[in-house]
Ligand binder design. Structure first.
Ligand code: GDP
Ligand code: MG
Length: 296
């Protein structure tokens, strides 16, 4: 090569574009009420992005069917704007009969695909199609220590081909370290025997490096997480944590729980990939199916 061409400036050009336009990120939370869904999302984004159930144990009204509630916020960091939409699913798993709990959620996910498809096939297309597609679904497994319930396996099995599912063990501070480990092994085994594919899916690892990075992540999944909106004083520092009979559980301390690992994975290493898998795999599957229906 004789002289510099400047191909590598593409990275700077992309950076500038992203700075200007920002990006959409849509995260859904699923699990029965009181599992700490809203708290965890607020802990992840360090702000009140999801409404916490007020006085949840007593006066919170549990809807009679599964509802879909979305709240959007613009979060900015280092000049980059993220339009975050939290999709909450109150009522899931709260009924006497939870047989078809997954249905309204599946319907919502497909409706967002349909919206995107309609915009794409328009003769006059928008310069940038607003993206409401769900990029990631955090599925909260109750910290029971028992088996997964049929509700859990049914939901994940049915939706794993239309959304990136990330299972987490909720309220991990209610279990001892040994209990967590044992429960995690059990859950892993059950996910495997039920053939449930969660994100990051093995079949979409791009290369050996990807595979080895993702293998490490899959090994620790499902993350045993703790959320909190209360600060505590630990060694002259203010940290988010929960007070337990054994002391303060620090949310971001990797020796205390796996919240930090979940955050790093979700936001710092795989956010772009979550968006790409949603577009290239899940949306593409939907699109192909729809266009086939019309053409056939
Ligand atoms: P949601 O109904 O799933 O959205 O649950 P909330 O986030 O509203 O939390 C329900 C209750 O559980 C609140 O009293 C929270 O303070 C509490 N909570 C939230 N996260 C945790 C956690 O990780 N561990 C424990 N022990 N309690 C939590
Ligand atoms: Mg909530």
């Amino acid at each position: 090569l004789l002289g510099y061409i400047g191909i590598d400036t593409i990275i700077e050009q992309m950076r500038k574009k992203t700075m200007k336009t920002g990006f959409d990120f849509n995260i859904m939370v699923v699990g029965h009420s009181g599992l700490g869904k809203s708290t965890l999302v607020n802990t992840l984004f360090k702000s009140q992005v999801s409404r916490k159930s007020a006085g949840w144990a007593r006066d919170e009204k549990i809807p009679k069917t599964v509802e879909i509630k979305t709240v959007s916020h613009v979060i900015e960091e280092g000049g980059v704007k993220m339009k975050l939409t939290v999709v909450d699913t109150p009522g899931f798993g709260d009924q006497i009969n939870n047989d078809n709990c997954w249905e309204p959620i599946s319907k919502y996910i497909n409706e967002q695909f349909e919206k995107f498809l309609k915009e794409e096939v328009n003769i006059t297309r928008k310069k940038r199609i607003p993206d409401t597609r769900v990029h990631c679904c955090l599925y909260f497994i109750p910290p029971t220590g028992h088996c997964l319930r049929q509700l859990d396996t049914e939901f994940m099995r049915r939706l794993s081909h239309s959304v990136n599912i990330i299972p987490v063990i909720a309220k991990a501070d209610t279990m001892t370290m040994e209990e967590r480990l044992e429960f995690k092994q059990r859950v892993k085994k059950e996910l495997e025997t039920n053939g449930i594919e969660f994100y990051p899916q093995k079949e979409f690892d791009d290369d050996m490096e990807d595979k080895s990075d993702n293998d490490k992540i899959r090994e620790v999944m499902p993350f045993a997480v703790v959320g909190s909106d209360k600060e505590h004083q630990v060694n002259s520092k203010r940290v988010l944590g929960r007070k337990t009979p054994w002391g303060i559980i620090e949310v971001e301390n990797p020796n205390h729980c796996e919240f930090a690992q979940l955050r790093d994975f979700l936001i710092r290493s795989h956010l772009q990939d979550l968006k790409e898998v949603t577009h290239n795999i899940h949306y593409e599957t939907y699109r192909a199916k729809r266009l086939n229906e019309n053409g056939g």
